[in-house]
Design a protein around this ligand. Structure first.
Ligand code: XMP
Length: 524
């Protein structure tokens, strides 16, 4: 296995991700672990991450001596390269201007690490790489025994190597996708240079994670708020695999879930996985609190506060619970790390199951903290969760509460649930001939919205005066911006026909053709 020492870079997780993609197991640990830790870890290779710090100013931030003594291949990235240079007798110079962005890197010296890896076909750019740089300081003199491996016009030593000792380093970041050959370089390092076999799979990740959870939790009990969403479901399945009945899932049904969703969650976790699940049907309580409330922000706040209350009441009944498990994933960690600038105004106050207060006095168990969404999904499938569940569109914490405009009423929710289910069924059943994928897979999120306005229609010989639903389907990679999906007319036609015929109480269906921004994905 590979040891990644983290010097505090924003993108250390990406190194781990690339190594996992090369089917090699790795773990991230802080840069200041002890020499003994490193020896007992017995890594086949070590990677030193970047950092926002400067070797020039921060004399403490160094790799432990064991990194150099162990004799295994070491790859230094950015700050990792600088500390390698400083610790092995080279020179690093401080600079007050940062180089940031693309650079064309020229390879030198035919190192095993870069041999045959290049971006350009033309002879004059032979052996060059498009790489992503972000640094201020740079190495200005190679340590003894090292040769130049790569350079750019503004950074003459952009890569260095001591091939006899299998020490390699880059000033640029091979772990980010902007460095086009980055994955190839990291794969070369861990597989060919370090000799890792590349047979690691999600299955082995499960074994490692299970062992870690057992060690962390011991014989104590854990509670987890199950929402039916992907992250909390995968976390539940993983923790259940590790500790079985020491885990109790609390599933708060606020009455604003999609059609049959509560039943599906219970069938899956209580029925198939035999996990302990407390199903709290709090729909009347939620609807009671929401009665007469029309303002979107107030609705969100009420649902959020009520959720916490119900969950806490259940949690306090589980006297032995010492841990609160959450399906926090890596992007959530980055976002809450305060690294992103906070938006000046709250567009919508988000609520989800992850937003439980610290007043519960429980220790946090977050086994998915290192994983990206697609890895969480792969893990879910490897744990035996159905692909349908794992590849579901996201669903907001406040549920149908933000998809029924204005006052939330049970009769509105019932109509909306049925219309929404028809839309989703049609999306799943309609295959796009060009890609062979269903329109459900081709959209990032799709749902129906209930509009509490009535319009006139005609059915049979009679006049109707009923409600409207809007269909919304978007395509997006990050949910920050989104385009409305150009669904086939035939699909829209079938969906609208079925909704109006099958859901008595709705006589008109519209399609939302607004992009985000300026519209948001949800209507409230
Ligand atoms: P908007 O409507 O802001 O939505 O464009 C962006 C994404 O966030 C989801 N969303 C929520 N998710 N709790 C959640 O867990 C919330 O309160 C919430 N509000 C919006 C929305 O479904 C979309 O995927």
């Amino acid at each position: 296995k590979v040891l990644i020492l983290d010097f505090g870079s924003q993108v250390t997780q990406l190194i781990a991700r690339r190594v996992r993609e090369a089917a090699v197991f790795c773990e991230i640990h802080p840069n200041d672990v002890s020499d003994d830790f490193i020896k007992s870890f017995a890594p086949k290779a070590i990677i030193l991450s970047g950092s926002h710090a400067s070797t020039y100013e921060d004399h403490e931030l160094r790799a432990p001596q064991a990194v150099w003594d162990l004799g295994v291949p070491v790859l230094g990235i950015c700050y990792g390269m600088q500390t390698m240079a400083v610790q092995l007798g080279g020179t690093v110079e401080w600079s007050d201007h940062r180089e940031f962005g693309y650079a064309e890197v020229r390879a030198h010296g035919h190192t095993k690490l870069l041999d045959g890896i290049q971006d350009f076909e033309t002879p004059e750019k032979h052996g060059m790489l498009k790489a992503w740089m972000s640094h201020g300081d740079k190495v200005t003199a190679l340590p003894p025994g090292f040769k130049l491996m790569a350079s750019t016009p503004s950074c003459p030593i952009a890569g260095m190597a001591d091939e006899a000792r299998k020490l390699y380093a880059f000033q640029f970041h091979p772990e980010v996708t902007h460095t086009l050959q980055g994955a190839a370089i990291l794969t070369r390092f861990v597989r060919d240079i370090a000799g890792c076999r590349g047979d690691w799979q999600m299955g082995s990740y499960i074994d490692e994670a299970v062992a870690r959870i057992r060690e962390q939790v011991g014989d104590e009990e854990v509670i987890l708020g199950l929402s039916g969403g992907v992250d909390s479901s995968v976390a539940a399945a993983l923790i259940h695999r590790a500790i079985g009945d020491q885990l109790t899932c609390v599933f708060v049904d606020h009455g604003l879930l999609r059609l049959n969703e509560g039943q599906m969650v219970m069938d899956m976790f209580a029925g198939r996985l035999h996990a302990k699940v407390v199903h709290v049907d709090a729909s009347e309580q939620f609807l009671g609190k929401l009665a007469g409330v029309t303002d979107p922000e107030r609705k969100r706040k009420i649902i959020g506060a009520e959720f916490v209350e119900v969950f806490q009441a259940e949690a306090s009944k589980l006297k032995n619970a010492k841990w609160l498990a959450q399906g926090t994933i890596y992007p959530d960690v980055v976002e809450s790390g305060g690294t992103k600038t906070k938006k000046a105004t709250t567009i919508k106050s988000h609520h989800n199951v992850g937003g439980l207060p610290e007043t519960l006095g429980l220790k946090l168990l977050e086994p998915l903290r290192e994983l990206f969404k697609d890895e969480v999904r792969a893990l879910g499938v490897a744990l035996g969760l159905p692909a349908d569940m794992v590849y579901r569109h996201p669903f907001p914490g406040p549920g149908l509460g933000v998809r029924i405009l204005g006052e939330v009423r049970k009769d509105f929710a019932d109509l909306l649930r049925r219309a929404d289910a028809i839309f989703i069924e049609e999306l799943r059943n309609t295959i796009d001939p060009a890609t062979g994928k269903s329109w459900y897979a081709l959209t990032s999120q799709a749902f129906a919205v209930f509009l509490p306005v009535k319009s006139v229609g005609v059915m049979g010989d009679g006049r109707t005066y009923d409600y409207v639903v809007a269909l919304r389907a978007v395509q997006t990679s990050d949910f920050m911006t989104a385009d409305w999906a150009e669904l086939p007319y035939a699909l829209l036609k079938r969906t609208s026909g079925r909704i109006i015929n099958e859901v008595r109480g709705i006589n008109r269906v519209t399609y939302d053709v607004s992009s985000k921004p300026p519209a948001t994905i949800e209507w409230e």
